[in-house]
Design a protein around this ligand. Structure first.
Ligand code: NFS
Length: 656
């Protein structure tokens, strides 16, 4: 379905915080912020309407003959000064969003690869290869011969190979060897098999310069290619290398929400995306000398809590408590209980600095890529990581000792199970001797599970925070759709209590039966946003074990980012679409209605054998777009009848 409407924005004068967030802890803090006279992104979103021309992507500012504004209501009535029409302008804008989003993930992946290289070369000694089994698996998955080779040699070779994810000038990047053959054939036919991400991103920036690529179909090819160099490239490298260095997640019980803060502890928050900073902070807060220093300052101990994506990664990998997602990062400072917040890269609001100042909390930037005016910068160096993290902790302890801000911590925590890596899902379903995705496929074929949805992405103050994620996922599981989650969305659902096996009571009969048999929640948390690559790998495995078609496009699966806001989300959405997945976004969509470019994204790509985009604002409508797509795929696979039979069985069983 093409885009027809946008979210109105739920904030307006006269509404209370609960009207613009479904998170009770965030609402409590927003009320406090109002009393304290502190402004947050919710207030700014309420007072500043989104630019309607920009939201429709009907303007171009790629040269100084403009900026040019077209009329989204009558999109072909005008062109820009250079003659670019609405399709060229939208495609260029969409391309640059994709390039920026892909850059963020691939640069993150490259940082991980830099650390890996230095660990292997012995230049970094604070980290080691924690998961040699994963090292072996990843190496073998891209054709490295591991027979009779040392871990060191395999690691060296893996580094050399994975570097091509970035630098491959011609030919295919390593991880496309994981893509099902039929999906690869479609990519080859469409000329979109990714080369190294540096090349793809450079080419997209060139092609979207004034006077270069002025055919929306040709630009879209490069959009696909660049997005794929993220999903099957940079993001996948980030995930796999993080697992090798810090351990592959397996299910762990952990607490989420602002109640994870402790009034009588030194509270340290890490917020960002790269796990290195967080891993080293974990070492610093557990250092007996630091714990003693905290106690000497009158605290019971040091409490380390995560936020956003690196938080989701640490939650999944180590069970570190998580305080909230993107739209709660200012609100948490309002508690007055945060002694230090250390950030690295991505999704870090500049607005954190003034809020931190109001409550005398320390805000530290740590990455050379991200400085913020008003925040103190302590550079994090992987060769001596504790120098930075120790200093953050020491300053946090000092702030605790001299706390002047009134502390109010919402008394809400939600326990749940996190850490479902694609490896663990395979093991969980098939057991240790026959770990396989076959039981999943089998349950899809017999209709107990209708299909699988990846629900991911940001939160956004233009819609009621958390609410769209939660309602959409509830509707999906009610309809027997197993939900895989990452990032902010995973935290929204964790706060709603859906990452527990007990939440299976909210699922349809078939999905509930499977969850009860396996003992898993109906909503599986996989980690951070780069861990969306785990969803791609799971999809490829589903194709490979058989019974559900030969390509990802044939699977009864769908994706969604119901409260998206970042360019990274566009890159993710596009690599899902290019991989063959129907992907639905909420809030708004950066295209103009009734244009050829929008039709290509929402329909034409599917005709090329890829997936396609969908859009809706209402969570139930979004869920049903996905369920309808899943049913269409079931019908094409000839397994729709099985599901009807199962439903009859269930009714009989209930009647019995
Ligand atoms: Ni991903 Fe959005 Fe950011 Fe993570 Fe959250 S806002 S695209 S989920 S923290 S990257």
């Amino acid at each position: 379905m093409a885009k027809e409407k946008k979210a109105e924005g739920s904030q307006a004068k006269g509404l209370s915080p609960k009207d613009y967030t479904a998170c009770d802890a965030t609402a409590q803090m927003l009320e406090k912020a109002q009393k304290d006279g502190v402004e947050t992104a919710f207030d700014r979103a309420a007072s500043m309407k989104a630019c309607p021309i920009g939201a429709d992507s009907a303007c171009c500012k790629h040269c100084s003959m403009g900026p040019c504004r077209l009329n989204a209501k009558d999109p072909y009535s005008k062109t820009g000064v250079c003659g670019a029409d609405i399709d060229t302008i939208q495609a260029r804008n969409f391309a640059r969003m994709t390039a920026s989003g892909a850059s963020a993930h691939t640069d993150h992946g490259m940082s991980m690869l830099d650390v890996f290289r230095e660990v292997v070369n012995g230049e970094i000694s604070d980290y080691t290869i924690k998961d040699p089994v994963k090292l072996l698996d990843v190496a073998q998955s891209i054709g490295i011969d591991t027979e009779e080779k040392s871990t060191q040699d395999i690691a060296q070779e893996l580094y050399q190979e994975l570097e091509r994810t970035y630098t491959q000038v011609e030919g295919e990047i390593p991880f496309v060897s994981r893509v099902p053959e039929k999906t690869m054939e479609t990519w080859r036919k469409n000329g979109i098999v990714p080369r190294g991400s540096m090349r793809e991103i450079m080419e997209i920036m060139h092609r979207t310069h004034i006077g270069v690529d002025q055919h929306y179909e040709n630009i879209t090819k490069q959009i696909n290619r660049t997005a794929l160099s993220d999903g099957w490239g940079g993001s996948m490298v980030a995930t796999e290398i993080s697992d090798i260095l810090f351990g592959t997640p397996s299910p762990v019980q952990a607490d989420v929400n602002m109640g994870c803060l402790k009034e009588d502890h030194v509270n340290i928050i890490v917020h960002g995306h790269e796990p290195n900073l967080f891993e080293s902070m974990l070492v610093s807060v557990n250092d007996p000398a630091m714990v003693q220093a905290a106690q000497d300052a009158g605290a019971k101990g040091i409490n380390l809590v995560g936020m956003c994506c690196s938080g989701a990664e640490m939650l999944s990998r180590h069970g570190v408590p998580h305080a909230g997602n993107f739209m709660s990062t200012e609100a948490i400072l309002v508690t007055g209980a945060v002694d230090a917040m250390a950030v690295d890269v991505q999704c870090i609001k500049q607005g954190l600095a003034p809020v931190a100042k109001c409550y005398d909390s320390y805000l530290f930037t740590t990455n050379p890529r991200c400085h913020i005016q008003g925040a103190e910068h302590i550079e994090f160096e992987e060769r001596d990581p504790k120098e930075c993290t120790d200093e953050v902790v020491v300053k946090g302890i000092a702030r605790y000792k001299n706390r002047t801000a009134k502390v109010e911590i919402p008394n809400i925590t939600n326990s749940g199970i996190h850490g479902f890596s694609h490896e663990y899902i395979k093991y969980m379903l098939g057991g240790s001797f026959r770990s396989s995705y076959w039981p999943l496929n089998d349950n899809i074929i017999n209709g107990r599970i209708r299909g699988v949805a990846g629900v991911v992405g940001c939160t956004n103050p233009r819609v009621r925070h958390d609410w769209v994620h939660v309602e959409m996922v509830k509707e999906l599981i009610k309809n027997d759709v197993l939900v895989l989650q990452t990032g902010c969305s995973q935290i929204s659902l964790a706060k709603a209590g859906l990452l527990t096996p007990e939440a299976a009571y909210l699922a349809g009969d078939g999905l509930r039966e499977v969850c009860e048999a396996v003992g898993c929640p109906p909503v599986l948390g996989l980690g951070s946003c780069v861990d969306n690559s785990r969803i791609l790998i799971a999809a490829a495995e589903m194709v490979n074990v058989g019974g559900l078609g030969d390509s990802i496009a044939e699977l009864p699966v769908a994706g969604a980012a119901p409260e998206w806001m970042s360019e990274k989300a566009i890159s993710i959405g596009q690599y899902f679409v290019a991989s063959g997945v129907y992907t639905v976004f909420g809030v708004t969509f950066p295209t103009t209605a009734n244009t050829k470019f929008q039709d290509l994204l929402f329909d034409g790509l599917e005709q090329q054998g890829l997936g396609k985009w969908g859009f809706a604002v209402d969570p139930y409508e979004m869920a049903h777009l996905m369920v309808n797509h899943i049913d269409k795929k079931r019908q094409e696979l000839g397994i729709d009848k099985a599901r009807e039979r199962v439903l009859v069985d269930m009714a009989d069983r209930r009647a019995a």
